[in-house]
Design a protein around this ligand. Structure first.
Ligand code: UDP
Length: 329
């Protein structure tokens, strides 16, 4: 009987919110996830039992060489990053050091080992402020307005340069606003983004701060494209398979969003319906670094990767966090 070898895949930031969902999805798909995480925001308890866990920094070249020696992985999924727009405006250096500096160390380690394939978690924040209300395609010019967005765009450009030098074959996945939970994964979710912040406020009977209601949108609040974390994981699996099969070293970028925009007030209203609770809103000043409108045209991911985000209705996303991740709020 033929026994198929299990392909090990390194996942930086694999103990975080997205990483721990993805680790379980990869494991169920037959890969051996090698989770590298410094636990600065992730939790060891979120790493599934059969994954291999390595506590350490994504920039630790000795550790990466050791992991590769024991488990020769053909590809890396690079998720580890600082990810809060508002925090990045206050602490830009921290964002450039964590996101750009440490990734450079990681890339040097990969180059040394001859590993070329990388799935990079980029962000819709590379687009910045739009001139119209048309969803962004991957060809829209990048013009980030926060250090977080800048850090992601710098890394995309570095990966493109490495691709031209034939050192790296990268797929950049531009995440729009990720939320949601899986019924059984029991992963950690910090209240650092809008949906968990709203549900956390409901749970603790606190008001929700809305950052700006004077934007040029229908209700004055910012529009975002919310995507369920499990739809995002599906896209990673498809992109990984695409990357592993791809022999031609080209660099690709895909938007991961739904083409549907929801305002901050839309999300609050939906959360009220899901939780049967009236939410107390406190309008406050605009948050620096927030674009007015970020919605994805994800035609490319749908056609090239055959991806369909079928769980990403905002009601469903909020329902799943409220129902399956309440202990983490
Ligand atoms: N937001 C808000 N109140 C909060 C948190 C976020 O009004 O307590 C708004 C924020 O200004 C942005 C949207 O919600 O317009 C999504 O913000 P989030 O931080 O979740 O994600 P981002 O789009 O910055 O990646």
């Amino acid at each position: 009987m033929d026994v198929q070898p299990i392909t090990p895949i390194l996942i930086t930031g694999g103990a975080g919110y997205i990483g721990s969902h993805l680790t379980q999805v990869l494991q169920q798909a037959g890969y051996l996830p090698l989770v590298l995480d410094n636990l600065s925001s992730g939790q060891k308890v979120s790493v599934p039992a059969h994954a291999k866990f390595f506590e350490g920094d994504m920039g630790d070249q000795t550790l990466i060489q050791k992991i590769y020696h024991d488990y020769p992985f053909p590809a890396v999924i690079h998720l580890a990053a600082s990810i809060q727009t508002g925090e990045s405006v206050q602490h830009p250096l921290m964002y450039y050091q964590n996101n750009v500096g440490r990734t450079l160390q990681l890339l040097m380690a990969l180059q040394h080992l001859g590993i070329k394939k990388i799935l990079f978690s980029s962000s819709a924040s590379v687009y910045g402020e739009p001139n119209t209300n048309t969803p962004f395609t991957e060809n829209c010019p990048a013009s980030p307005v926060s250090p977080y967005g800048h850090s992601k765009w710098m890394l995309e450009q570095i990966l493109q340069d490495l691709n031209r030098a034939q050192t790296i074959q990268a797929i950049c996945l531009r995440y729009f606003n990720v939320a949601g939970a899986h019924p059984t994964f029991h992963t950690q979710q910090h209240a650092t983004h809008l949906i968990p912040i709203i549900l956390n406020a409901i749970k603790h009977k606190k008001p929700v701060a809305v950052f700006g209601n004077d934007y040029d949108t229908q209700d004055g609040t910012c529009i975002r494209d919310y995507i369920h974390v499990m739809d995002l994981c599906d896209a990673h699996l498809l992109a990984l398979e695409f990357l592993l099969q791809e022999t031609h070293p080209r660099s690709l970028t895909f938007n991961l969003g739904t083409h549907r925009g929801s305002s901050v007030l839309d999300i609050i209203k939906t959360a009220e319906i899901v939780t049967h609770t009236k939410i107390d809103i406190q309008y406050s000043a605009r948050r620096t670094g927030d674009p007015r409108f970020l919605v994805a045209d994800s035609t490319l991911a749908r056609t090239q990767l055959n991806w369909t985000p079928h769980r990403s209705d905002p009601w469903n996303i909020i329902h799943d966090v409220w129902t399956y991740a309440p202990c983490h709020l």
